[in-house]
Design a protein around this ligand. Sequence first.
Ligand code: FAD
Ligand code: UDP
Length: 384
Amino acid sequence: MYDWMIVGAGFAGSVLAERLASERNERVLLIDRRPHIGGNAYDRYDDEGLLIHQYGPHIFHTNSKQIFDHLSRFTEWRFYEHRVLAEVDGMQVPIPINLDTVNKLYGLNLTSEELQDWFAARAEKVGEIKTSEDVVVSTVGRELYEKFFRGYTRKQWGLDPSELDKSVTSRVPTRTNRDDRYFTDEFQFMPKHGYTRMFEKMVSHPNIHVMTQTDYEDVRHVVPHRRVIYTGPIDEYFDFRFGKLPYRSLRFEHVTLEKPWHQPVGVVNYPQTNDYTRVTEYKHLTGQEHVKTALTYEYPSAEGDPYYPIPKPENQELFKKYERLALSTPDVWFVGRLATYRYYNMDQIVGQALATFRRINEALPQGADTADVKVMPSSAALAS
Ligand code: FAD
Ligand code: UDP
């Protein structure tokens, strides 16, 4: 009999499994319908021995020492600051847009101060910044918006930036200096031996039993358990009763080339050309030395595994309906990017899982467990 059935072995499920097993000495069944642990952060060696990310590039960055320290229990790290170039007008220039981007693209020699004025002269006045178009046109003007953001966003989301919440393009800042790092967080590292090794260490505890290739539907009525942590899509849990929540998907094309290097940085974005959005070359991320090199091309798609919740007001409203249902579902805790329908990064999911663990401790003091043993969950505790 398990104290917990945890659905999904990504960051949300694995962090919670470890906490419950080691801090509360509770028995956990951790399941995933995929043939591996790690969720979308899963990495593996390809046939040539190159470490690749099965579900696209995952770069760890955080400003939280607590989150960094927590993961440091399960991995050593390799320092890595991510850099991205965008192919625009036939040139490869830094994104986020910075001083070098503008100078190279327009053949100018502006200083940082001059660039501020240059942007100000082009920025459009927007009353209230609501959409992903507003964010960019109000900062750098329409021309750069069209070059860098409009095409990429339409491809990535199948929507115009004017239809997407401002939070999407707000992820990418604009700079007037020469800083060409994609992120400026205090902690920027890759797990030294990969994400999968880190997850293996996290879940290798005598109280945790892992079952991959196992769908919740297959075991929920079969394996006795007291409570559930559910990290899959929330609409699926409730049999889509209010309709489907839109998630954006991707198709990944993994390629190995017979040469040591393909591109100057880890990721090159293609906002104007091609059906794919970006190309990742893993050796930049992993530091691996190899005579060959491995790449991933990302093709956005409406069909396929759910990867991105789509930040739009009407989707958020639909999610709220499911969330209300979740809050009144006893003994099931909904955690993670798919269950809370938020475009969260890995560190934010770790933070969410640790916060959920604290709430579990408050709601269920140890030694005072009154929940019945059951196959179907029955009485009460929730998180969002
Ligand atoms: P997931 O990793 O999605 O795990 C959920 C798991 O639940 C899945 O493995 C799924 O198979 C399983 N599951 C679902 N339903 C069921 C069921 N019914 N039965 C059994 N199992 C089930 N974040 C960053 O910080 N940096 C990055 O560079 C970055 N890059 C990204 C690139 C891409 C292409 C994508 C898609 C995401 C990226 N992210 C990045 C975000 C990151 O992937 C997520 O924040 C993180 O993986 C979320 O963890 P999770 O546990 O919530 O969900
Ligand atoms: N974006 C863009 N052009 C770029 C990079 C990003 O238009 O060159 C927009 C696009 O809408 C994208 C969003 O900014 O989905 C967030 O970018 P990020 O790199 O954070 O996307 P992720 O890595 O999460 O896919």
